[in-house]
Design a protein around this ligand. Structure first.
Ligand SMILES: [Zn+2]
Length: 366
């Protein structure tokens, strides 16, 4: 069975705001590119195209999510506030988050694409798939836009799938460099969704993503944070997967694995200080696939989140898509050797201490 790709050019037309990186432009800040710009994402799609892999994927051009679907996570007052800001020509709607003119309808396509990829995996149209959408979603809280995120794409789509397919166990693995605070909050007291976030310690949001946040009430034990020290690379991620992520998935036995996929943990990213390279993303994907083959007929749906290196993000995306599809292209990542040789790529003692402490969280799962 083939691998799917969700893409709609309109997502690339989302205006993330007049900034330098993510700081508002003004009298003392010359306007520059937004970190969350379309080109990183377009270059992933273009590399898939040039490599020939795109022709071998099931391509889905998504529809906008219905308001009723978005309302599974966000209250009506929040949704209408975003719509009004968008219809009035665009406005700042949250911390580091701008919605452009008509951006409401574009954000709905991003959410709709997230629903489409999960639905495609669950209805048997594809074995696994990737939604290459923007704006991203993993920082969005039910009543607050933040971190470039408008709607909580993954959480909305999971709620929709739970309703449609009566799923009672879904796992999120968030490997974006920043904490997946949105899903953590949304499912904090909900045992039907296991939330796992690997992120750089205290990067964004600040004071979020501590290992002590384990869920509450019926969800206690089902939130796992692995706050990795800055400088973590191949060894730290491999240890975190071997000792925490994979054992947690095996213990929880999800019916679907959702990956909130940011490539901002790569060694050339401007917004984080981690050191992954494309062949590590391929390995982590392979491990998730083996786990999914054992547990849930291989069902993995990946949703794009961050990743701001125009140079390296495309090769990380290609590596993930080659692995998901089992199709190796003729393109070799020209950066892989360079980044993989960075000092400190092997597991360091202070990183191992964090991973081993997080390993204890697997025992709390229910
Ligand atoms: Zn991120």
């Amino acid at each position: 069975m083939a691998t799917g790709l969700v893409y709609h050019e309109i997502c690339m037309w989302h205006d993330a705001g007049n900034v330098s990186s993510f700081v508002p432009a003004g009298l003392d800040v010359q306007p520059d590119r937004h970190a969350e710009e379309p080109e990183t994402k377009r270059r992933i799609r273009n590399l898939l195209d040039v490599s020939g892999l795109l022709d071998q994927l099931i391509l889905i051009k998504p529809e906008p999510a219905e308001i009723s679907q978005i309302a599974r996570v966000h209250p009506d007052s929040y949704i209408s506030g975003i719509e009004e800001a968008s219809k009035s020509g665009g406005a700042e709607v949250g911390l580091n988050t701008f919605i452009g003119n008509e951006g409401f309808d574009i954000a709905r396509v991003s959410t709709g694409g997230s629903i489409a990829i999960m639905d495609g995996v669950l209805n048997g149209q594809m074995k696994n798939g990737y939604a290459l959408v923007r704006p991203p979603g993993h920082h969005a809280r039910p009543t607050e836009a933040m971190g470039f995120c408008i709607f909580a794409n993954a959480s909305i789509a999971i709620r929709e799938m739970q309703e449609k397919y009566q799923l009672d166990r879904v796992a999120i693995v968030d490997w974006d460099a920043h904490h997946g605070n949105g899903a953590e909050e949304i499912f904090y007291e909900d045992p039907s969704v296991l939330t796992i976030s690997l992120h750089q310690d205290n990067l964004f949001p600040l004071d979020s993503g501590a290992m002590s946040s384990i869920g509450e009430g019926r969800g206690e034990g089902n939130n796992i944070n692995v706050p990795l020290p800055p400088g973590s690379g191949r060894g730290a991620y491999q240890a975190a997967f071997d000792r925490v992520v994979i054992p947690a998935l095996q213990a929880y036995k999800p019916q679907l694995i959702v990956v909130c996929s940011g490539f901002d943990a790569c060694g050339l990213d401007p917004l984080a200080r981690l050191m992954l390279h494309s062949s590590v993303y391929a390995n982590l994907t392979k491990q998730l696939m083996e786990c999914a083959d054992d547990l849930c007929q291989g069902r993995i749906a990946m949703l794009h989140e961050g990743g701001y290196s125009r140079a390296l993000a495309p090769y990380c995306g290609l590596a993930v898509m080659e692995t998901l599809s089992g199709i190796k292209t003729n393109i070799t990542d020209p950066f892989d050797e360079y980044v993989s040789a960075f000092g400190g790529q092997d597991l360091q003692p202070h990183q191992e201490a964090v991973v081993n402490e997080a390993r204890g969280l697997v025992d709390n799962l229910r």
